[in-house]
Design a protein around this ligand. Structure first.
Ligand code: NAD
Length: 291
């Protein structure tokens, strides 16, 4: 059996194109959606992600401003920049690229962003709304992108067993809440570094979302035949045969393509969906400011 590949790049681009009319409509009212991206330090992967976000803004017709900060900057200085962006009426969305250098309190920085400009959806107010069953606000982009790819691929989750591996603030936790919400109705299990018998739990799952950050950690014989597999992991593996010196690997062993019913590739699966949802959130944030 060969799985149907869920093409996040194609679906993500379709979502971006669907924003076109909303953007034209805003522009006709002299409103120019504007995303500010703050990046601290010189982590190479973060620089690639930020560049991808800038390119998506260019494709969509969203203005982007990139603020590059030295890795030695203090928390207070980052907060001062956030406050300035908060009070700048020409900026509609703000994101601070994760991870921040050691010693900087990431959730404190996130919570300094005005909730209505928090296009990453990580502010306590936006996450709190989600916990209360309201998913109409600014949702975290990766889990929201996964929900969108499942919806557009007609994967019904009602009463199904969903396993989320990873309990991070930005992926695993919000993902679990979205899958369990009324109307989606999956029965959700959250696995983490202390979980016992993970292979057995995984074999019961109709949907596996792997967000661990370890290359090819989930083995193909853990996958129930026909299950849907969402591979969130982006791991850099040294590969001297490539010009870049590395290749990207997901959290799921590639043998899963022969067992699963549907599967997202890495790259080209969850990553482009995350970016498409960032563009969607930026437009949503802009519109909500002029309602
Ligand atoms: P994280 O490090 O914050 O969380 C990893 C989670 O994995 C933790 O909750 C931990 O409990 C769990 N874990 C660790 N070892 C485990 C084990 N042996 N068994 C079970 N669970 C275990 O990472 P994150 O920010 O959630 O990111 C996870 C991965 O997803 C990374 O590879 C990251 O690069 C990738 N990511 C991709 C996108 C995207 O757009 N595609 C977005 C965000 C993160």
């Amino acid at each position: 059996m060969s799985a149907t590949v869920l093409d996040g790049k194609k679906i993500g681009r379709m979502i971006e194109e669907q924003l076109h009319n909303q953007i034209i409509n805003l522009q006709s009212r002299d409103i120019f959606p504007h995303l500010a991206v703050v990046i601290v330090g010189d982590d190479p992967a973060s620089h690639v992600y930020v560049r991808n976000k800038e390119m998506a803004c260019e494709r969509c017709g969203i203005k982007s401003t990139r603020i590059d900060l030295d890795g030695e900057i203090s928390e207070e200085e980052i907060l001062a920049i956030i406050h300035k962006l908060n009070s700048d009426n020409s900026v509609h969305g703000i994101l601070v690229q994760s991870p921040l250098p050691e010693g900087i309190n990431e959730s404190m920085i996130t919570d300094a962003i005005l909730p209505e400009k928090d296009v990453d959806g990580f502010h306590k107010m936006n996450l709190g709304r989600l916990v209360q069953g309201d998913s109409s606000g600014l949702l975290p982009c990766t889990p929201a992108g996964i929900m969108k790819i499942l919806e557009l691929s007609n994967i019904d989750l009602s009463g199904k067993n969903a396993l989320v591996i990873g309990r991070s603030r930005i992926v695993g936790m919000p993902m679990s809440i979205l899958l369990a919400q009324r109307g989606i109705d999956a029965t959700v299990t959250i696995a983490h570094s202390r979980t016992k018998n993970l292979p057995d739990i995984c074999r019961e799952a109709d949907l596996v979302v792997a967000a661990i950050g370890r290359p090819e950690f989930v083995k193909s014989d853990w996958i129930k035949p026909g299950a849907t597999v969402i591979d969130v992991g982006i791991n850099r593996i040294q590969d001297s045969s490539r010009k870049s010196g590395y290749r990207l690997a997901g959290d799921v062993d590639s043998g899963a393509f022969n067992v699963a019913g549907h599967i997202t590739p890495v790259p080209g699966g969850v990553g482009p969906m995350t970016i498409a949802m960032l563009m969607t959130n930026t437009i949503k944030a802009t519109e909500s400011m002029f309602r």
